[in-house]
Design a protein. Structure first.
Ligand SMILES: *[C@@H]1O[C@H](CO)[C@@H](O)[C@H](O)[C@H]1NC(C)=O
Ligand SMILES: *[C@@H]1O[C@H](CO)[C@@H](O)[C@H](O)[C@H]1NC(C)=O
Ligand SMILES: *[C@@H]1O[C@H](CO)[C@@H](O)[C@H](O)[C@H]1NC(C)=O
Ligand SMILES: *[C@@H]1O[C@H](CO)[C@@H](O)[C@H](O)[C@H]1NC(C)=O
Ligand SMILES: *[C@@H]1O[C@H](CO)[C@@H](O)[C@H](O)[C@H]1NC(C)=O
Ligand SMILES: *[C@@H]1O[C@H](CO)[C@@H](O)[C@H](O)[C@H]1NC(C)=O
Ligand SMILES: *[C@@H]1O[C@H](CO)[C@@H](O)[C@H](O)[C@H]1NC(C)=O
Ligand SMILES: *[C@@H]1O[C@H](CO)[C@@H](O)[C@H](O)[C@H]1NC(C)=O
Ligand SMILES: *[C@@H]1O[C@H](CO)[C@@H](O)[C@H](O)[C@H]1NC(C)=O
Ligand SMILES: *[C@@H]1O[C@H](CO)[C@@H](O)[C@H](O)[C@H]1NC(C)=O
Ligand SMILES: *[C@@H]1O[C@H](CO)[C@@H](O)[C@H](O)[C@H]1NC(C)=O
Length: 363
């Protein structure tokens, strides 16, 4: 194959690639463990302003407490709490990995109103977190222009369950605001520009556009929850809390505890039990009870999970001084360019097809 032919191929690839970027392809977050499920977050905002209750309905979030916890709002905040125009609220939703891509797991379901178009639903109602053809594909609609008021649509939101360099993170779908940069976004969310570029397959930080959807990994606390627990993996992002085990247990994640999840009895009325089963390590040692060993180490009765009948706990030693693994604040090392290249290939099947066509033509 001659040099000019190679050049021609490269030129075709570049042209095709630029075309894709300009059209802002649909957000596809890499999610590698087939069938893995987890919690993810989306940074929703509404230009008209809204309420927490309306956000909860739109995204089919079961309990308002889930939204309150994700935003570290006091647990007595009500659903009428106002959300200002363009104020960003973190909305938790279940994620599932299929075919190397993460999508919201069977939720949200949107009831079509009179006059709705798929384009409006994707762009306005769900704030551009997806493109309208994704709704068409996900719902097997033969004709995007023929939807019936009263019908129900599954809205596939981008998400991921992948750990980052072996450290637990929550993937947060962030809509880029005009005037922000990869650096400013990295700083805002406690990560690095390099991680954002690699995770999102971005080669040129200057190509970032307002409205683009970025996969932002938020540091999650390490927890003692076993993989057999109903709520495994219990991912709780920094500076947030969740109620789990049918709301019998409250778990907090914050940097002052060295990013180790701290759980305690919630004293709420359980959602699926008549009373909360006793959550203790031994008699009179309850989840959250802690004894210090020395300046750094302490023994805690840690929450380890729940099933349909009970809540389990174990005494664990926690080192609150140990420097934790790099996580979302660390460096990505030499894996970076490989990830970027793979991302390019898998996210741009279009290029691949054109390259193959071009090759066939040249040969
Ligand atoms: C994923 O789930 C589907 C449907 O439940 C199943 O057919 C498939 O075998 C699962 N794949 C893996 C790798 O577990
Ligand atoms: C919510 O709880 C806080 C204490 O956590 C209390 O100061 C505040 O008055 C409560 N607000 C309402 C509306 O009950
Ligand atoms: C996964 O990809 C395969 C091959 O590309 C396709 O046949 C299958 O329908 C996809 N599965 C889902 C759930 O999208
Ligand atoms: C904001 O209000 C305008 C005018 O009423 C409406 O067309 C639009 O759909 C609203 N946007 C959202 C996200 O609700
Ligand atoms: C629209 O879809 C319905 C079924 O969902 C079908 O009965 C109807 O013929 C379609 N209309 C057009 C114009 O294709
Ligand atoms: C965790 O949250 C605290 C308080 O909001 C913040 O100071 C800290 O930088 C955050 N850490 C990370 C890794 O995001
Ligand atoms: C669950 O954790 C145990 C060790 O605690 C491990 O041996 C097992 O492979 C894990 N199972 C899954 C499905 O990850
Ligand atoms: C142990 O935990 C229980 C339940 O949260 C709490 O009421 C009690 O005060 C704790 N005891 C000690 C010694 O911290
Ligand atoms: C905490 O425990 C670790 C080992 O578990 C030990 O290496 C470390 O020195 C202890 N910290 C202090 C301050 O004693
Ligand atoms: C609620 O309880 C029933 C029966 O005990 C159980 O099968 C179900 O999985 C529970 N649901 C949750 C979310 O824990
Ligand atoms: C919790 O329930 C499981 C069965 O569902 C049982 O095997 C186990 O002994 C129970 N643990 C406690 C601490 O009650």
């Amino acid at each position: 194959m001659g040099g000019s032919k190679v050049l021609a191929l490269v030129a075709i690839a570049v042209v095709v690639y630029l075309g894709e970027v300009e059209g802002q392809p649909e957000a596809k977050f890499k999610c590698t463990t087939e069938n893995a499920t987890c919690r993810s977050l989306i940074g929703y905002s509404n230009p008209n302003g809204t309420t927490l209750g309306d956000i909860r309905s739109l995204f089919n979030v079961k309990h308002l407490l889930e939204i309150l916890g994700a935003n570290n709002l006091p647990s007595n905040t009500t659903k009428t709490h106002k959300v200002g125009p363009n104020e960003v609220v973190r909305v938790p939703f279940p994620c599932k990995c299929t075919n190397n891509t993460g999508l919201s797991n069977a939720l949200p379901l949107y009831k079509i109103k009179k006059g709705d178009t798929l384009y409006d639903i994707a762009t306005t109602t769900f704030a551009g977190f997806l493109k309208y053809p994704q709704i068409q594909v996900a719902n097997n609609l033969p004709d995007a222009n023929n939807i019936t008021a009263g019908g129900t649509l599954y809205i596939p939101l981008p998400c991921s369950c992948d750990a980052l360099d072996g450290t637990a993170v929550l993937h947060y779908a962030h809509r880029v605001a005009s005037g922000s940069s990869v650096d400013s976004i990295a700083q805002e969310f406690g990560t690095t520009s390099q991680i954002l570029l690699d995770l999102n397959g971005i080669t040129d930080p200057k190509s970032l556009e307002a409205g683009q959807i970025l996969d932002v990994p938020l540091r999650a606390c390490s927890s003692s929850v076993k993989n057999t627990s109903f709520d495994s993996p219990l991912l709780v992002a920094n500076a947030s809390y969740v109620y789990t085990a049918n709301e019998c247990v409250k778990c907090n994640c914050d940097s002052s505890n060295n990013y180790i999840l701290q759980c305690e009895p919630s004293h709420l009325k359980p959602t699926n039990w008549s009373v909360c089963p006793s959550a203790e390590c031994s008699s009179n040692v309850f989840i959250g009870n802690t004894t210090s060993i020395d300046a750094c180490n302490r023994t805690t009765c840690a929450y380890t999970g729940y099933n349909s009948r009970n809540i389990t706990a174990e005494l664990v030693t926690q080192d609150t001084c140990a420097v934790p693994p790099s996580g979302s604040g660390g460096s990505t090392g030499s894996g970076a360019s490989r990830i970027t290249f793979q991302g390019l290939l898998s996210n741009n099947l279009f290029i691949l097809i054109h390259l193959v066509l071009a090759l066939v033509y040249v040969l």
